[in-house]
Design a protein around this ligand. Structure first.
Ligand SMILES: [Fe+2]
Length: 189
């Protein structure tokens, strides 16, 4: 059976209102397209930072700006008015594991999607780190040249080996990855 559990009913822009997108009509639109493509089971996984309740987890400026929807109204809509699986896309916030667990455990989610969209940024950072490490490997000079030169190359090889796992994980979860050097430059921190 084909499934799609990474689906958002509401667009991400600030002007979009939940009441215009959490509707049965919008769900039917997704259902029709899924049926056309042979996808039998659909799950909705709205971004956690769109919900007011997420501010108990993290007071990030972007979250404060975007957190306008009510999490319980979303859960109730999906449960009572649709046949979709109820999910949520919850980013990993270091140091906020307990608060994240509280927020998620208080509701009856069928599944949780992790930080899918962060993986692309992480991949860009890993590539940038790889090139920087190679830079030191290539430009190293002075005492102990040979030891440092070899050590840095070994480190670069290990960093490079991470990239495929990150990229393929991102694709598997329905995200995208880096497409070019300029893409990498625009995304990396
Ligand atoms: Fe998403």
């Amino acid at each position: 059976m084909l499934t799609d559990y990474h689906l958002h009913l509401r667009p991400d822009d600030l002007e979009a209102r939940a009441e215009d997108h959490f509707t049965e009509e919008n769900v039917s639109r997704y259902r029709a397209l899924a049926a056309e493509r042979g996808i039998a089971e659909l799950g909705v996984s709205e971004h956690v930072y769109r919900f007011e309740q997420a501010l108990t987890v993290w007071q990030h400026p972007l979250w404060r700006e975007f957190a306008i929807d009510d999490l319980d109204a979303y859960c109730e809509f999906v449960r009572t008015r649709t046949d979709l699986r109820l999910g949520i896309e919850a980013d990993f916030v270091a140091g906020a594991e307990d608060r994240t667990a509280n927020l998620l455990q208080e509701r009856d989610f069928d599944y949780i999607v992790g930080s899918v969209h962060f993986l692309r940024e992480l991949l860009a950072d890993v590539f940038a780190l790889y090139v920087k490490t190679k830079n030191f490997h290539w430009h190293m000079s002075g005492p102990h040249f040979r030891d440092y030169h070899l050590l840095l190359d070994e480190q670069a090889t290990q960093i490079f080996a991470m990239t495929d796992d990150i990229a393929e994980r991102a694709r598997k979860l329905g995200g995208t990855t880096i497409r070019s050097i300029s893409d990498n430059h625009a995304i990396s921190a």
